[in-house]
Structure formats: C-alpha cells, structure tokens
Design a protein around this ligand. Structure first.
Ligand code: SF4
Length: 682
C-alpha cells in the first residue's frame, strides 16, 4: 500500500491578534483545507483570511536566494557570502561608529523565539538597545495606559470572558473587519444573550450599526467624552466606592484633573449630546460587568496613551476589573505584536518587561548570556528614522516588516533608508523595503517553521511546521542565529524549543513556559509560574503594583495635531479591510481574495460626493502636506461630512504617504488617524 502523503498539522493564524488555531490539511505542498479544531480562542470558527489566505506560501515570487546589491541592481549570492558580508559590514560600522550606530527591528508577524533572538543579537552580540517592533505603530499607547493604571500591559482576561460581560463598550475599533472571530463572539452575546453594546467611532462600520448606542465623536476627542463620563459618575455618586476604597489609589488627584471635563464641555469638543453621554454613563453604572475593547482608533493619535489611560480610569471607578466579563481589552493587530514586545524587542525592556536600566535584571541576563549589556534605553522605530536622517544611525537590520510602507510619512522614511550605509532586510518576498537594502535574506513563513505566537489575550500557542522551507529560504530564527555566529557568537540552538527554555530561565513572566506544556492545542496565558500555572484572568487577588492596588492617573487634553484647514479641508481616517492583511503583500497573492477585493478605495460621504461631483468609481487624488495618492472613490454613508476613510492595504497607493511624522507624545506611535487632506477629481 502506498504511504499517504496527506498530512494534518496544527498551526496558528498569522492575520490578526485573535490567535485562531486550526489544522492545515496538505498533500505535498498543496493546501487541501483549513479545519478549525476547537481552538482555545476560536472554537471551530475562522474568518476569510484564516480559512483561505494561504496560497502565498507557494507563490512564484518567494525569495529563495540571498541577494546582494550591486549598484542599482541585485545579484544572487550564496548564504555564506551574504552572511559573511552582513557580519563584515555590521562589524566595520560598529568599530567605526560604536554599537549605537546600528539598529534592529523585529517582526510582530514572526515567532516569540525569533523576537527573542533578534533582541539578543542587538544587545548581547552588537551591544545596543536599539531594538523595536511593530507595536510602536499600533498598541504601545494601550500598553502604557495599562502600565500606568493596573500594572501589566496585557488584556485583562480571555475572549470567552468578553462574552460574559453585561455591557461591552468598543472604542475606535472596526472589530468586525479587524478581529472578525472576536467580533462574532460579541455579536452572538449581543443578539442572543442580551449583552448591551455601545460603539464609539467616527465611522459607521458593522459593529456601530449593531450597537444599542452609537457615539460618533469628532476625531481625536475620545479622551474628553470618556473623562466627562468618569466625572459625571463620580459627581453623581455612581462610582463604585467600595471597589475604589479597597483596590485603587490616587482618587483625589484624578478627580481634580477631571474638573474641565463636564458633559457640556464634551458636547462642545466632541459634538456628542450631553443627554446621550448621560445615558451612556447610566448604562455603564447600571451594568454589573463591563469590559472595554479598543484599538487603533484610540491609540494612533497624538493622545493615544492618555486616551487609553482614560479608558482604564473609567473601568477602575466603575469597579470593572478582577472578574470575568470586566476589564480592558486593547485588541492587538498583528498575530504576534504582543509576543514581540513580551520577548524584549523593545528599546527599554529586556524580555518579560524587565527594564534595561535595572542593574539586577541586567546582572541576571549578563550571567545567562555571558556578556556585558548596554545600560540605557535605545532608539524606538520612530527615533531610528530621525537618527538615520541626521547621520547618527548608519546600519539597520529588519526582518518581517514592510517598514517603508507601514511607518507614517512614507516619503520621509524611504528617504532615510536611502541614506543608510548598510541595510539588511529579511523577508519572504521582495518587499518595497527590500528596494533600499544592501543585502536581502530569504526567510520562511509561519507554515514552514516551528515556534510560538502570543495572541491579544496573552495566550501562548505553538505552531508546527506544515511544509519544509522552500529550498534556499530559511526560518528567521536560523538566519538570526547564523548572523550572530558570523559575528563571533557561539549560539547552538537547533530547535526553537531550546530558545523558549532559555526565555523561561531568565524571565519570571514566562517561568513555566515550555514546549511540553504547549503541546498540540494546549496553551498558556501569561504570567506563567514555574509549575506551569497560568492566569486567564490577569487580576484576581491584586493589581500588578507593589502594594497590590491600581492607580487612577490624572489626565489633560489637547487638540489633535494635523487638523483640516482651508487648504487641506478633509479629515482622512484609515484602517483595515476584512479580506486583506496590512500592506497586502500576502493577501494580494491569494487569487480568490485578490479577485474579490482587488484594490483599495477612498470612502466618500454622500453629501461630500454630491458637493464635489464624485460617484463610486470616480478616480480622485488625495493630497496632504506630506504626499499624494491616486485611487477610486466609493460613495457610502459609513463616513459622514468631510471625513474620508481609506483602507491601509495597498502598496500602490499607501495611505502612509499622506500621514505626517507627528506621534503620540508618550510612545512615539505615529498619529496615523490625524491626517488632513484635500481631494482632487481626476
Ligand atoms: Fe486569523 Fe484573526 Fe481571522 Fe482568526 S480572526 S482567522 S486570527 S485573521
């Protein structure tokens, strides 16, 4: 009898932070089907991307040879030659300008083990803390809001807990398209189990249309109405005083900071009726258990960290922490943006959020790694671009990130990349960023490697190798290991499980994480104690501060930065499409998806369309202070007035050409949602 070539292998989806897991059925290199098998977050559900968007793995465009720049072109090279060149040039630049002239960017799409190795390469081999990841572009402000108030930066509980809430408030999240399987849980709880749903967004997307109350604030004013509701609840004696007395510090300073945030002020600044806000306040006060979900509509603003803090403040004064069905749920965008930060791909933190300037922490890692470590915070992604522009940063090594399109102010970023003395890009396709590289290293996607991802609910899950890496390509962890060894390290990792064992030995947050405990569909939600006990509910007996109490954090508010004016009279919002992932380098290579959703568009309100003579399909040019793009209009009442919306999933018309370099004041996360443009009909 012939041996069956049909295989069934468990993996974890790479298309968003929900962390759906499923079996992939294959025959040779053909994907026969994707079958969800009671994944811990998704049960038997997936969305269109998780189910169908995998054909890119066998795309003819895959990189299978290292490439080395020669003038304006690239030539193929052997791995030995490419790795030798990378090591030689990084060493030369370090010798000439010091370790901080080099920087490293890890991938929030790749595994925990790969992020761990990338930060170890930066710190232990090169000697710099210049290491960051894509959380800088999305959820770093949410993490700050939670660090300030409750101690950990992660989601309070599990997705199944969200379904237990009596009321869900969603702020600045197009959940149905960005986190589809999670949205299904909310839709079901709302429709079948009487869960109340309040949605606040400037765009009337699907969840907004389903909501019991839809708030449409003026862009960039979420902090104001959230704080006004907090003040109203405190003034009316509707705050949960027993919870505040037992669990929360800082009430008086917080209450004083709320002085300007009356309902009338919120009506003036946000354009929301005071009566509506009063109704929302009472709904929140009356609901036994409330959780709040938020995403980039909050974080990608110049006040992203403070608005995230305002959300957590509101949860604290209403006693909505420490029980299933309560708490804070910042929804992570990429599949492993949580894990990349968890594993130390940050300029200020070693793995497990252990600070680089803490001598005790450093001593533990120095003993484990056998090196002296740099002592001060490194550059974040945003600072790296400025440092290239002003000549401080000479070399950059990026893997698995299309930074030249993903960072704000594309023209400025690409101009910076062209100035680098040496640039290494590691990816599965020849991305836009590769155009600026000196060496391109061909990597393997998730289906071709082993490792772990951490989903938005802090859930660590294993993915297993479905296919061998395409001949010539290598898993990212192997490439990073080989680069380190060419630089003189002596890393002997032969399997990602060995890397995770090292993480566990150095990082209390992951002390009990091991591949054995993650076998198959098993998973762990950090923190994980040495005996393997994990914490699905993050706060049960205390908050993550030394005295066990949470902290209310006083706030103030300033106007958004890039506002419409006479010359640039329209506000441009941006976000995801259900069918496409990020800049689209994977999903546009999936025939069925590309045919269904071939390109992006700009949404124009019916009233603006009439005023400007625009119809669906009309070609228009959007022009901002920073660049311009051309695309087709789609007339829809999802947007209103002089607000436009543009999906971010395009390499031809990247929305980030239109966005400036202004950032959240605390984290340097670009304020992608603050953009003023004008529109020209072509
Ligand atoms: Fe993948 Fe997210 Fe869809 Fe789940 S919801 S299948 S993780 S894209």
């Amino acid at each position: 009898m012939r041996e069956s070539r049909v295989r069934r292998t468990k993996t974890v989806c790479t298309y968003c932070g929900v962390g759906c897991s499923f079996d992939v059925w294959t025959k040779d290199r053909h994907i026969l089907k994707v079958e969800p098998e009671q994944g811990p977050t998704n049960g038997i559900s997936t969305c269109v991307k998780g189910k169908f968007a995998w054909d890119f793995v066998n795309s003819q465009d895959r990189l299978t040879k290292p490439l080395i720049r020669e003038g304006d072109a690239f030539r193929e090279a052997s791995w030995d030659e490419a790795l030798g060149l990378v090591a030689r040039r990084l060493s030369e630049i370090k010798a000439q300008d010091g370790p901080d002239a080099l920087a490293f960017i890890s991938s929030s799409k790749c595994t925990n083990e790969e992020s761990y190795l990338m930060q170890k390469l930066a710190r232990a081999v090169v000697g710099t803390n210049n290491i960051d990841n894509c959380s800088r572009y999305c959820q770093a402000p949410a993490t700050v809001g939670l660090f300030r108030t409750v101690g950990y930066g992660g989601d309070s509980g599990s997705m199944t807990d969200i379904a237990k809430a009596d009321l869900v408030l969603i702020v600045g999240s197009n959940t149905a398209e960005s986190h589809p399987v999670l949205a299904t849980r909310v839709k079901r709880a709302h429709k079948l189990h009487g869960q109340k749903l309040i949605v606040a967004d400037i765009r009337e997307h699907e969840m907004a249309r389903r909501a019991d109350v839809f708030l449409r604030p003026r862009p960039g004013t979420d902090l104001v109405w959230l704080s006004a509701i907090s003040r109203y609840l405190l003034d009316q004696g509707l705050a949960k005083t027993a919870f505040l007395d037992r669990w929360v510090n800082g009430l008086e300073a917080y209450r004083a900071s709320l002085e300007p945030f009356t309902l009338e002020a919120a009506e003036r600044y946000c354009g929301l009726a005071a009566e509506t806000l009063k109704k929302v306040a009472h709904m929140i006060a009356d609901a036994p258990d409330v959780c709040i979900l938020w995403a980039m509509g909050v974080t990608q603003h110049s006040m992203g960290s403070d608005t995230s803090t305002a959300i957590s403040n509101l949860l604290l004064i209403t006693g909505n922490y420490m029980r299933p069905g309560t708490g804070a749920y910042p929804l992570r965008g990429h599949n492993n943006v949580q894990g990349a930060s968890d594993h130390g791909a940050m300029p200020n933190n070693l793995p497990g959020y252990q600070h680089v300037d803490d001598p005790e922490v450093r001593a533990r890692f120095e003993a484990g790694w056998g090196v002296k470590l740099p002592t001060t915070k490194g550059l974040d992604n945003h600072e790296m671009v400025d440092a290239i522009q002003d000549g401080r940063l000479k070399a950059l090594y990026i893997f698995g990130e299309e930074m030249s399109l993903v960072d704000a102010n594309t023209n400025y970023v690409q101009d910076a990349f062209a100035k680098l003395e040496f640039f290494v890009v590691q990816d599965i396709f020849f991305s836009e960023t590769c155009r600026f590289a000196d060496v391109v290293l061909p990597a393997a996607p998730s289906l071709e490697k082993e490792g772990t991802f951490t989903s938005t609910e802090r859930r660590i899950q294993r993915l297993y190798q479905v296919f061998d890496p395409l001949p010539g390509s290598r898993p990212d962890w192997r490439i990073i290991r080989d680069v380190a060894n060419h630089l003189g390290a002596n890393w002997s990792y032969e399997h990602p499980s060995e890397i995770m064992d090292e993480v566990a030995s150095l990082t209390p947050l992951f002390a009990g994480v091991s591949y054995g405990r993650l076998e198959g569909y098993n998973s762990l939600q950090w923190p994980v104690a040495a005996d393997g006990g994990d914490q699905p509910l993050l706060y049960t007996e205390k908050f993550a501060f030394p005295d066990g109490k949470a902290r209310l954090f006083p706030l103030s508010w300033t106007e958004p930065v890039d506002q419409p004016d006479e010359e640039y009279d329209l506000h441009l919002n941006n976000g995801r499409l259900l069918e496409h992932f990020h800049e689209g380098n994977l999903t546009y290579r999936v025939e069925g998806i590309r045919r269904n959703t071939p390109d992006v568009f700009v949404e124009v309100s019916p009233e603006l369309a009439q005023e400007r003579g625009v119809q669906s399909g009309t070609r228009v040019e959007l022009i901002s202070r920073y660049g311009h793009v051309r695309l087709r209009a789609l007339v829809t009442d999802r947007v209103h007035g002089k607000q436009l919306y543009m999906p971010m999933n395009s390499t031809e018309s990247p929305v980030n050409r239109l966005i400036g370099s202004h950032t959240d004041a605390v984290t340097n996360t670009p304020a992608y949602k603050e953009a003023a443009v004008r529109m020209r009909v072509l």
